[in-house]
Design a protein around this ligand. Structure first.
Ligand code: AP5
Ligand code: MG
Length: 215
C-alpha cells in the first residue's frame, strides 16, 4: 500500500493512519510526528523546526523534503509500502515526492482527502492528547485513555501539543488553505484523489477509505 492522507489539522489523518497501519501493515510516515521526535531529542533539525511549528507555519520545503526522502528510501518502506500523513503539504513537496516515487518505480495507489468543517476540527484539537513515545492519539471527551494522562498502549505519559492553542490552530487552518489545498488540485489532475467525509465515527471513516481505495 502506498497512499497519502491529506486534510486540514484535526481531520483525523493520524487516527486513520493508525487504523490503516494496524490493518495493512504499511509504514506510517507523519512528517509532523517526525519533527516532534526531533524536537524532543533536541537535534538541530528539531530546534529549527520548532520555531515554525509553534507559530503554526510550515517548516521550509528543503529540509522537509530531505527528511522525508531519507525515510522513503528505507528498506522497510520499500518492502511494506507507506501511509504518508502531513506530507506533501505544498505543491513543491508534491512534485518532489512524484520524482522520488518515479525513481524507485513505486507509484501512489491513491490520495485520500479527508474533509471536515473548520468548527469541528477546532473542537477536536482543543481536546486532543497524545503519547510522547508511541504517538497514539486520544481525546479528553471522545476517546479518553483508560488511566488519566497514561497511554493505554505503552504506559508512557500523555501530552497536549504546543501547537494545539486556539490562535495557532487558526493559523494552521489558514496555512492549509493557502499552501496545502493546491496539493489536492495537483493530485486531482493525476486522477488520484478520493474524497472522504471525515465527520463521522473513526471506524466509519476508515471503512469508507478502505472501500474508496478498493482494498
Ligand atoms: P502535523 O502533525 O501533520 O499536524 P496537522 O496536519 O496540523 O494535523 P494534526 O496532527 O493536528 O491532525 P490530524 O489530522 O492528524 O488529526 P488526529 O488524528 O490527531 O503537523 C504539525 C506541524 O508540523 C505543522 O503545522 C507544520 O508546522 C509542521 N509540518 C508537518 N509536516 C510538514 C510538511 N510536510 N511541511 C512543512 N511543515 C510541516 O485527530 C485530532 C483529534 O480528533 C484527536 O483527538 C482524535 O482523537 C479526534 N478524532 C480523529 N478522528 C475523529 C473522528 N472521526 N471523530 C471524532 N474525533 C476524531
Ligand atoms: Mg496528525
Amino acid at each position: 500500500m502506498r497512499i497519502v492522507l491529506v486534510g486540514p489539522p484535526g481531520v483525523g489523518k493520524g487516527t486513520q493512519s493508525e487504523l490503516l497501519t494496524e490493518r495493512f501493515g504499511a509504514v506510517p510516515l507523519s512528517s509532523g510526528a517526525i519533527f516532534r521526535s526531533e524536537i524532543e531529542a533536541r537535534t538541530d533539525l528539531g530546534e529549527m523546526a520548532k520555531r515554525y511549528i509553534d507559530q503554526g507555519r510550515l517548516v521550509p520545503n528543503g529540509v522537509t523534503i530531505q527528511m522525508m526522502a531519507k525515510r522513503m528510501r528505507s528498506a522497510e518502506v520499500l518492502k511494506h509500502g507507506f501511509i504518508l500523513d502531513g506530507f506533501p503539504r505544498t505543491v513543491d513537496q508534491a512534485i518532489a515526492l512524484d520524482q522520488m516515487l518515479e525513481d524507485i518505480e513505486q507509484p501512489l495507489d491513491g490520495v485520500v482527502s479527508i474533509e471536515v468543517d473548520a468548527e469541528v476540527v477546532v473542537a477536536r484539537l482543543s481536546g486532543r492528547i497524545g503519547c510522547t513515545r508511541c504517538g497514539a492519539i486520544y481525546h479528553k471527551v471522545t476517546k479518553p485513555p483508560k488511566r488519566d494522562w497514561i497511554c493505554d498502549q505503552c504506559n508512557s505519559p500523555l501530552f497536549v501539543r504546543d501547537d494545539d492553542q486556539p490562535e495557532t490552530i487558526r493559523e494552521r487552518l489558514r496555512v492549509f488553505d493557502e499552501n496545502t489545498a493546491p496539493v489536492i488540485g495537483h493530485y486531482e489532475e493525476l486522477g488520484l484523489v478520493r474524497r472522504i467525509d471525515g465527520d463521522r465515527d473513526p471506524e466509519v471513516v476508515f471503512g469508507d477509505i478502505v472501500r474508496a481505495l478498493g482494498l
